[in-house]
Design a protein around this ligand. Sequence first.
Ligand SMILES: Cc1cc2nc3c(=O)[nH]c(=O)nc-3n(C[C@H](O)[C@H](O)[C@H](O)COP(=O)(O)OP(=O)(O)OC[C@H]3O[C@@H](n4cnc5c(N)ncnc54)[C@H](O)[C@@H]3O)c2cc1C
Length: 462
Amino acid sequence: MTKALIWFRYDLRLHDNLALLAASNFDEVIPIFIYEPNVSEASASDWWLHHSLKELAIAIEKHGGSLIIRQGDPQIILDELIQAQQIDALFFNRSMLPNDTLIEQSLIEKYSSKTIYVKCFDDRLLFYHHKLVTKKHTPYKVFSSYWKIAKLQYITFPQNKINHYSTTTIPSMAIDDLNLLQGHQWMKKFEDYWHPGEQQAIQKFEDFVEQNLSSYDALRDFPGKYSTSDMSPYLAWGNISVRSMWYRVKRFANEYPEHASAAESYLRQLAWRDFAYEQLAHFPALTHEPVRTAFNNYPWDFNEDLFLAWKKGQTGYPLVDAGMRELYETGFMHNRVRMVAASFLVKHLRIPWQYGYEWFKETLVDFDMANNAMGWQWVTGSGIDAAPYFRVFNPTGQAEKFDRGAQYIKRWVPELREVPLDVIHSPAKYVAAHQLSYPQPIVDHATARQLALDGFEQIKKH
Ligand SMILES: Cc1cc2nc3c(=O)[nH]c(=O)nc-3n(C[C@H](O)[C@H](O)[C@H](O)COP(=O)(O)OP(=O)(O)OC[C@H]3O[C@@H](n4cnc5c(N)ncnc54)[C@H](O)[C@@H]3O)c2cc1C
């Protein structure tokens, strides 16, 4: 009787999971998830984790097994289980996070000299940085060049196999005892918007492909249109296999050649996620240090009141406020609005991007260390392939362009629902005249823009 231990991490699903596939060759499979409290501090993302674990546990029970839940140091917990259950093999998927590399390496080294077979897999992404380098063997710095090569790579075709789960009773914590929902009452609202877990992920993606993929390219920048896939939280915890998404979109493009460019546009966005992990691998301080070190000399001007107004969606700029309120209500924000709201914090308020990173980390259900860090550094201009520093998004102009009919603004800023369309994007005078309970702009756009540019001029000297 051979026994394999599968350590679930950011791959909370049974379909097309490389570590789980390897385990299927064994007579008995023991599945475990280990929560590391000091690693994952993100509240909204913990809400997602809680529900994903519940779904995974139910799915494993349907196959006759039971998901073991533990909390603490994975090395100690895995060691103890390997000894106690006389495990023959340990399988897991690489997390792709810089802090985990040492643990992963040391597990492999520790057991490779013993009789246990240990293998970890590249399962989280589509492409892998050790395979994707320039002709000079350096990492790609520009996304368009990266994509040109990446899209030609072979991606492992999705596979599924039946596992035989162990029926032995092994001590486990209850998922509720991880206390992932503690702390913030506001997370309760997420239930109105999201259904985490593998089955929901698969169904939601299928619905997206059938109903929205054909118009993705044309509409994805318009936050009022519900045109993007909303797959990011499912991807963050691996409720869905990104390879299965890739092949589903490819199949769609073959079946409907007239929509091939919309399909390619979606695959390109998926590749941005890979590009973010590429950046994190080569620059592990991506989450807290600017890649372009000149930005350490930027004259930031942290102001607690302005920061609070931004977090609460009380800046007096309707698109920014709509986005920040959507975030707090649903744990999500449309990509275009993330760019505008983030730019507002960094450039209009001159608050260091790390504060925004932390707030998004706490409130996003799709929090992803690599994507979030790359997003903030991109907006700031301090990243690898970043927006030019002199591009200061005009929050009013962006609203006029991408939310012309103000559907998005009216959805999230109820105080403005009765404001006529011709003034809704710059509502200050109307708000004052009609005594609406909506704030006046907390900064003047032209003045703020100039101050931001002056700051960039200063760091150019370094
Ligand atoms: C400041 C800032 C912070 C961000 N923080 C996060 C984060 O914590 N987690 C996160 O998943 N994304 C983050 N993003 C990227 C992007 O906003 C989201 O991935 C996207 O809005 C998710 O919505 P969707 O699934 O409907 O995307 P779709 O448009 O349907 O795209 C499909 C998938 O492609 C990937 N993708 C799309 N756009 C990007 C992008 N710009 N960068 C990286 N991957 C992308 C995502 O995995 C997404 O689910 C951030 C962007 C910015 C500007």
